[in-house]
Design a binder for this molecule. Structure first.
Ligand code: F6R
Length: 244
């Protein structure tokens, strides 16, 4: 486990940008695993800027997003499909048909199974980008999720719905109750993992990710088993590491 503590969110994003660009340049058909939420936004901004300035080609890149809310149509402004198109895909030369995000409407178990099958068919994922929930979730694998889980349907915990209420007019009741997410095993199957966490609210989860015995109480502790994981933090997210 490699841990990098940065002085700013820009420094964090620059590090991830360069890791992602390396994967794109080093592979004929790179497969990237992407995350949504606030944390990777600056990274996507830098990747768009790189495309504008340097024309790094995304023509052969395949992407798989970690998760999607269940019950939101693709054009819903809070769907993760909408987020990815808006913040990354429409600004670069990726083929939209090569971008994969679980579809949030329909037979959710079937959607999850087909998504996992597609990852197996087109994978393995060369680099999976992860954020971190305040409760230690990765993807939407909430506390209690089995470490052997593949892509599946989850009930979102109240803590997650409260955390994400900021995207839904600050009303936790408007946050969907379910999501489809890559499982913990799906994530562990990726060749390289890069986890980003910033801010004080993530400090406890970061502490447990690094120091606690693997336990489903903190889903992020499953990552300790992975052979190639880089954790990129700001000072606040790393604050409990120093005092312990
Ligand atoms: C998003 C995802 C989630 C987020 C996590 C942190 O695709 O899978 O695990 O990474 O909830 O979200 P932010 O970055 O908004 O704090």
């Amino acid at each position: 486990m490699k841990i990098i503590i940065c002085n700013s969110t820009l420094e964090m994003a620059e590090k991830v940008q360069s890791l992602i660009l390396n994967i794109i340049k080093d592979n004929k058909q790179p497969v990237l695993g992407l995350a949504t939420g606030s944390t990777p936004l600056l990274t996507y901004e830098l990747l768009v800027k790189d495309y504008e300035d340097n024309k790094t080609s995304w023509k052969n890149v395949i992407t798989f997003n970690l998760d999607e809310y269940y019950g939101l149509e693709k054009n819903h402004e809070q769907s993760y499909r909408y987020y990815m198109n808006k913040n990354l895909f429409k600004h670069i030369n990726i083929k939209l048909e090569n971008t994969n995000i679980p579809y949030g409407v329909g037979d959710s178990d079937l959607i999850a199974k087909r998504y996992e099958d597609l990852i197996v068919a087109l994978g393995p994922i060369d680099l999976q980008l992860l954020g971190l929930g305040t409760n230690g979730h990765i993807g939407f694998n909430e506390p209690g999720t089995n470490f052997d889980s593949l892509t599946h349907v989850v009930q979102l915990k109240n803590q997650t719905r409260n955390d994400n209420a900021r995207f839904f007019n600050n009303d936790p009741d408007k946050v969907p109750t379910e999501a489809i997410t890559m499982g913990i095993k799906t994530i562990l199957n990726c060749k390289k993992i890069v986890l980003l966490a910033s801010g004080n609210a993530k400090a406890e989860a970061v502490y447990n990710l690094i120091n606690s015995k693997p336990s489903t109480d903190w889903p992020c502790t499953a990552l300790q088993k992975h052979k190639d994981i880089t954790i990129i933090l700001d000072q606040e997210a790393a604050s409990l590491l120093k005092s312990n």
